[in-house]
Ligand binder design. Sequence first.
Ligand code: GDP
Ligand code: IMO
Ligand code: MG
Length: 424
Amino acid sequence: MAVDLLLGLQWGDEGKGKIVDVLTKNYNIIARFQGGPNAGHTLVFNGKKHVLHTIPSGIFHDDATNLVGNGVVIDPVIFKGELDKLEEQDIDYRKSLLISRKAHIILPTHRLLDAASEAAKGKAKIGSTLKGIGPTYMDKTGRNGIRVGDLELSDWKERYRTLADKHESMIAFYNVDINYDLSKLEEEFFEAVDILKSLTFIDSEEYVYQAQKSGKTILAEGAQGSLLDIDFGTYPFVTSSNTTAAGACTGLGVAPNQIGEVFGIFKAYTTRVGSGPFPTELFDEDGETMGRVGHEFGATTGRRRRCGWLDLVALKYACQVNGVTQLNMMKGDVLSGFKTLKVCTAYKYKGDVIEHLPYNIEPENVEPVYTEMKGWEDDLTTMTDASQFPKELNNYINFLEKELQIPITIVSVGPDRKQTIFRK
Ligand code: GDP
Ligand code: IMO
Ligand code: MG
């Protein structure tokens, strides 16, 4: 069986966790393939909200297996916190959660390095979640990292010490004011590593291969969004992994010709948290309304998300690099009550009008060209079928489908599992 993918098409927080949870009933295995605890995936059902950072969003379904793939970076301390929360909900994760031996471990000193690097950058900071993501992937590509499988080796603590000592000298080199008590951080780290070691570690690429061969259905869950991709995002204001479809191949060991459906998920408007360019960002009452009605605060850091109109230039680009086959439009309910909606369909760029994402989208070079549409008044949150949609919402959806040439198969009208409408 081919592996299906679900990916964010914007700057993250599109609602990936919600839709993976909704789709899990159609799959045997849900697999995260990149990122780490910088992600915050929110699920809402039975009146309760759950936020997952490293654990795949299929974990609340009894009959699904959840795999943390080799492309993921794991902070044992945060992972333990997630497991504790699952235990409170009586979720029996021991039989349904598998971890790739090739996933890399985030050390306490990776987090400190992240903080030191950001402090040293000053105003040019990335706006990292400070979870140690960048430094951990740097050690991965620099061939210094510690992997989950290493925890099974007798000398892993010596390797840990060598790497942590090196990190400490790097932190000192930054010459910034970072206060820390490493022995305290190590105490909770080693305790969490012991919990991690009690879980099932596997050779995940072999597991995925055999699962495919035996006809099991697999959904790969992305983290972050395409515009945060290390290659295709708004570099350097990006994360340190490939968040796009190719990342699922390297992050799980799936061959490119084994990819099936690619679900591309986007908000009906745009948000971004952290630094970096955002051409359609709003600094007025409309942006404030989106943030307030959409509760646009980060699920991991609590930071306020910047808000703006939908950017079709960027969205088309994301559909292109991912080979999106179906679109899922989230948070349309947040746009109810706007008299006029704007959608960016081109950029004025250095005197020209262009419809593709150029190398640089810094504000001094880019001015969005907008198409205006009439908004809708109706509250969408209680709707259960697309036949109830107001005509202005249908116009909005039809316009996007025409521009993107990809069907919008799911429209989400609220955070709850139930507030999900499938279109023909
Ligand atoms: P993820 O990182 O892509 O999983 O998304 P986040 O969980 O970080 O952010 C999405 C936020 O929007 C969460 O608070 C969700 O509960 C919420 N959400 C998801 N879909 C909808 C929707 O259709 N309408 C509204 N109002 N909220 C939604
Ligand atoms: P989910 O999976 C939104 C952003 C950070 C920062 C940049 C780099 O919930 O969609 P990092 O910690 O990776 O070094 O931060 O990327 N970022 C996210 N923004 N959603 C996320 O994940 C994000 N993960 C990282 O805000 O700008
Ligand atoms: Mg999120």
